[in-house]
Design a protein around this ligand. Structure first.
Ligand SMILES: *[C@@H]1O[C@H](CO)[C@@H](O)[C@H](O)[C@H]1NC(C)=O
Ligand SMILES: *[C@@H]1O[C@H](CO)[C@@H](O)[C@H](O)[C@H]1NC(C)=O
Ligand SMILES: *[C@@H]1O[C@H](CO)[C@@H](O)[C@H](O)[C@H]1NC(C)=O
Ligand SMILES: *[C@@H]1O[C@H](CO)[C@@H](O)[C@H](O)[C@H]1NC(C)=O
Ligand SMILES: *[C@@H]1O[C@H](CO)[C@@H](O)[C@H](O)[C@H]1NC(C)=O
Ligand SMILES: *[C@@H]1O[C@H](CO)[C@@H](O)[C@H](O)[C@H]1NC(C)=O
Ligand SMILES: *[C@@H]1O[C@H](CO)[C@@H](O)[C@H](O)[C@H]1NC(C)=O
Ligand SMILES: *[C@@H]1O[C@H](CO)[C@@H](O)[C@H](O)[C@H]1NC(C)=O
Ligand SMILES: *[C@@H]1O[C@H](CO)[C@@H](O)[C@H](O)[C@H]1NC(C)=O
Ligand SMILES: *[C@@H]1O[C@H](CO)[C@@H](O)[C@H](O)[C@H]1NC(C)=O
Ligand SMILES: *[C@@H]1O[C@H](CO)[C@@H](O)[C@H](O)[C@H]1NC(C)=O
Length: 359
């Protein structure tokens, strides 16, 4: 009996040692596979044809310009000075100085409810309200139009962006068919923009890159109707990313870091969110970045969803596999232990029988 107890104790010890050993090993497996998992996920997300940030929406006007205009020198004040009236940069130019096209200018002006968007000198944009063209004269002679508005847009040479003294003018509110005008007024909009820093999660307005794989937030992205700041942060948090960034009203990008050198002035993030006029969702090639950490824990108590894009999923799968292996080993140990015990009992029993004197 004492021998049996000893053997069973040894088996239990071996089983415990095995479990302990495997647990330690499993930690190493988990970490190394986890970092592989991140790389793998990034690669998957950036596979050809579906690379992160291939959401580039360069807006193109669906109607032509109102015409080519020149400044009428008999007016002392410029009337295409709408952005200056809002204390914003006037003229508007993109940060890189090489993306300007009619779409960029029209959206920038429309975001501030201006009636007119005027492009000049190939890379500059001015906005004006109803009286915006008062100090300007439309050219009607074809050859003088060609001589005055003669500079191709730096962002897209298919378009003319005015000239040295010429202005190619578009109707800002009707030229881009996909543009959804907000239903609030300009004062409400300005108040939202000027108070955006009060949101503790808000990190600023940052320049984005137009090109696939060079997005400022390079983790994953989505473009959905009804976008709000909340839905973007929930999306990035569910994908286990630290930051969420919104762009041009409906696009959401996620990543764990970003280059903060490219911060823009507040007026660059001017697009109202398509799902909530009272929120700002970036601007054309400008990201409103927010901290998405713990977003769902604080806001709805849901736990992160595990899916193919979740960086933790391979970690959890490995954990499950290791747990399964440990379980199988424990069961096998117990079975061996029982088998040996039964075998010993039987052989003892047969000895007793053989020792019985034949009757
Ligand atoms: C980006 O999307 C377009 C069409 O939506 C597709 O033709 C193109 O291959 C994509 N590019 C990359 C690099 O994913
Ligand atoms: C339109 O802009 C001019 C300056 O260009 C400004 O004086 C005027 O108040 C603006 N009108 C409206 C209705 O915003
Ligand atoms: C612009 O700044 C001036 C001077 O600081 C101020 O009087 C005016 O109200 C500001 N306009 C807007 C739209 O914020
Ligand atoms: C400039 O404006 C004045 C005053 O409105 C007008 O009389 C004149 O014809 C304009 N000049 C041009 C070249 O349109
Ligand atoms: C002006 O330019 C357009 C397009 O480049 C061309 O079709 C037209 O003939 C030109 N008109 C004149 C008067 O040069
Ligand atoms: C148009 O302008 C050109 C010079 O820019 C001039 O030679 C021509 O006579 C003008 N044509 C008309 C119809 O005014
Ligand atoms: C330039 O504009 C044309 C005409 O709208 C469009 O087809 C093309 O995709 C644009 N190119 C870029 C780089 O946006
Ligand atoms: C974005 O991800 C792609 C693919 O993983 C990578 O090649 C690229 O360098 C990344 N860009 C940045 C700015 O991190
Ligand atoms: C829209 O956003 C504002 C500001 O974040 C918020 O107060 C409001 O409740 C939101 N409206 C809806 C319908 O979600
Ligand atoms: C983001 O928010 C979390 C709390 O939710 C906080 O611990 C963290 O410091 C914040 N990060 C930044 C960069 O603001
Ligand atoms: C999310 O990522 C952090 C570190 O980046 C990791 O510690 C955590 O386990 C992950 N959570 C999930 C659910 O994947």
């Amino acid at each position: 009996m004492q021998k049996q107890l000893m053997i069973s104790n040894i088996f239990l010890l071996i089983a415990a040692l095995l479990v302990w050993q495997l647990k330690n090993v499993s930690c190493e497996i988990t970490t190394s596979l986890k970092s592989d998992g991140i790389i793998l996920n990034k690669r998957l997300l950036n596979a050809p044809g579906e690379c992160v940030g291939n959401l580039t929406r360069r807006n193109h006007p669906s109607v032509g310009p109102l015409g080519c205009y020149i400044r009428n020198s008999s007016f002392t004040t410029d009337t295409l000075n709408g952005l200056a009236n809002l204390n914003f940069s006037d003229t508007y130019q993109d940060q890189d100085g090489n993306l300007m096209d009619p779409g960029l200018c029209i959206i920038h002006c429309a975001d501030y409810f201006f009636t007119f968007a005027a492009l000049t000198n190939g890379n500059q944009c001015k906005c004006g309200n109803k009286t915006g063209l008062d100090a300007y004269t439309k050219l009607t002679n074809d050859s003088s139009v060609n001589q005055t508005c003669n500079i191709k847009c730096v962002g897209n040479t298919s378009y003319i962006c005015g000239g040295e003294n010429g202005y190619t003018v578009y109707n800002a509110l009707t030229s881009i068919s996909s543009y959804i005008a907000p239903t609030i007024d300009i004062n409400q909009k300005l108040e939202i923009i000027h108070n955006i820093n009060k949101n503790v999660r808000y990190k600023g307005c940052y320049k984005d890159s137009l090109y696939c794989n060079q997005r400022l937030l390079n983790g994953t992205s989505e473009d959905v109707a009804g976008m709000t700041v909340e839905s973007c942060l929930a999306y990035c948090w569910q994908k286990n990313y630290t930051y969420g960034g919104l762009e041009i009203g409906s696009q959401c990008f996620c990543d764990n870091e970003y280059d903060s050198l490219t911060r823009l002035s507040i007026d660059e993030c001017s697009s109202s969110c398509e799902g909530n006029n009272s929120e700002i969702c970036g601007g054309p090639l400008a990201l409103s970045i927010y901290n998405a950490s713990n977003y769902g824990l604080v806001n709805n108590g849901n736990s992160p969803v595990n899916n193919d894009n979740n960086k933790g999923s391979s970690n959890l799968n490995i954990g499950g596999i290791v747990g399964g292996i440990i379980g199988v080993i424990v069961v096998i140990s117990v079975l061996i232990f029982l088998a040996v015990r039964i075998y010993r009992q039987r052989s003892q029993g047969s000895k007793e029988i053989s020792q019985d004197p034949p009757t």
